[in-house]
Ligand binder design. Structure first.
Ligand SMILES: [Zn+2]
Length: 99
């Protein structure tokens, strides 16, 4: 798509994704592997479930990025709660059959 390339729209990023992924990684690391399924399907599901509940923050410039980072810091606690409930929900109801 020339339009996307002409205007470098692929440089636009949702900064919340990074925070949510980091939080998901941290929280999953604290849960023993035998307690929940950590397969690709389940972890992708947890990420989608969490991200769909968090307001996105799209930025493109460094300035916007800094602004968002400050804003995001006050929301890390919210993101952490959303991620925790997503892990719980998906691990209790995986799309695949429980093994
Ligand atoms: Zn799984």
């Amino acid at each position: 798509m020339a339009f996307i390339e002409d205007y470098r729209l692929d440089e636009i990023k949702n900064e919340v994704e990074e925070v949510a992924y980091k939080e998901l990684e941290t929280q999953l690391a604290k849960i023993p592997d035998e307690d929940i399924c950590k397969c690709i399907d389940c972890v992708q599901d947890m990420a989608c479930f969490a991200l769909n509940q968090i307001k996105p923050r799209y930025t493109v410039s460094l300035l916007g990025s800094l602004y968002t980072r400050v804003e995001t810091e006050s929301l890390i606690e919210d993101i952490s709660k959303v991620v925790a409930s997503s892990i719980q929900k998906i691990s209790q109801n995986p799309l695949h059959s429980k093994s």
